[in-house]
Design a protein around this ligand. Sequence first.
Ligand SMILES: NC(=O)c1ccc[n+]([C@@H]2O[C@H](COP(=O)([O-])OP(=O)(O)OC[C@H]3O[C@@H](n4cnc5c(N)ncnc54)[C@H](OP(=O)(O)O)[C@@H]3O)[C@@H](O)[C@H]2O)c1
Length: 345
Amino acid sequence: MRMSSTKIFVTGATGYVGGSVVNRLLLHPDAKSFELTALVRNAEKAEKLNALGMKTVVGSYSNLELLTESAKGADVVIAVADSDNLVAAEAILRGLKQRYEETNKAPILIHTSGTAIIADNAHGQHGDHIYSDLDSDAIEAIPEAVPHRNVDIALVKADKEGYVKTYTITPGTVFGPVEGPLVDAGVQHQHSVQVPALIRASVARKQAGYIGAGKNVWSAASNKDTAELYVVLLDALRKNPSSVGHGRDGFHFVESFEYSGYEVAEETGKVLAELDIAKAAEPTTYTKEECTQYFGDWWEILSSNSRAKGERSRALGWKPVDGKDYFIGSIRFEVLKAAESLQKK
Ligand SMILES: NC(=O)c1ccc[n+]([C@@H]2O[C@H](COP(=O)([O-])OP(=O)(O)OC[C@H]3O[C@@H](n4cnc5c(N)ncnc54)[C@H](OP(=O)(O)O)[C@@H]3O)[C@@H](O)[C@H]2O)c1
C-alpha cells in the first residue's frame, strides 16, 4: 500500500493502549503522510488532540452512523476502544464495505482483541497449554461465547467476504507507565486494568493477596511494546501487504514473558510492608468472599492461565524489549499509586 497520504481512523485514542498507538503514529518518521482522525467522546480532549495535529470526530460507539461514515473515509481503521462491541464493529465494517464498493480496493481494519480468548478456568492452578498465533485452526475453534470472540469471528467472516482485510492485535496483560504527547496533553488514560485491579485489592485489604494457589500464568507485554506492534504491523502493510496474514490468519498475539498471580502478590506484599500498610510482606490467598468483594465476576479470569506465543507478531519483525524485571518494577509503581489514592480517600 504505497500512497501519498494514508487516512487512518482510530478509536480508543485517549485510552491506555490506543493513546500509546497514537503517540507512536504522531512520532512516526512518516507521520506527515498520515491523516489521523480519532473518535473521541469528550469535546475538550478532542480539542487537545486537534492541537497535536489530529482531526477528531466527537462521538462514541453508540453513534453508529458516525462510525460507518468515519470508517468509510479511511484507508486504515485502528480500533482500540472496545474488544467486545459487536454492534460498533459491524458499523465500522459497513463503512469499510462502502469504501470498497467505491474504490474496489479492500481497506484495512486493525482491531484489538485480547488473550482472554485463550484463558482457561484454572482458579489459580498452573495450566500447560500455550497457544501460538500461527495456529489459526486452534484460534478458529475458540467458541463465540468466549470474551471478544463475538467481534473476532465477525471480522474473520468479513475478511473472507473480501471487502476488507482484517488484522487482530491480541494482547495479553498490558502493563507499565505511558509517556508521550498525549500524556503531556493530559488526554490519555495512564493505567491498565488487570494488574492494577490485583494491586488495588491487596492495598485495600492491607495485605497482598492471590487467587487460589496463585500458580496461574498470563502472558504480558509492556504498553510500549504493545503499541509498537500496531506500528510494525502498519509498516508491514504499507510496504508489502501480501506478506502479512489476515482474517483467520491475522491474529497477532502480544507477549514478551509470563508472570503468575503469586509473583504479582509477592512484589505487592514487599512494597506494602515497606510502606507499613501490611504487617507482613508474605501474601495470602483470598477467601471466596474476598474474591467476590474485590473482583466480582472477574475473579475467574484473574485466576486463569492465558499463555500465548506471538510467533506471527515476531515474524513481522516485532521485538518486544521490556521483560520481567521491568514488570516487577512497574508493580512497585502501581502499588505506590494505589496506596496514594487510598490515603486520599
Ligand atoms: N489494557 C490491557 O491490558 C488490555 C489487554 C488486552 C486487551 N485490551 C483491550 O484493549 C482495548 C483498550 O484497552 P485499554 O486498556 O486501552 O482501555 P482504556 O484505557 O479504558 O481505553 C479505552 C478507550 O476507548 C474509549 N472508549 C471506551 N468506550 C467507548 C465507547 N463506548 N465509545 C467510544 N470510545 C470508547 C475510551 O475513551 P474515554 O477517554 O472517553 O474513556 C478510551 O479512549 C479494550 O477493548 C481492551 O479489552 C486491553
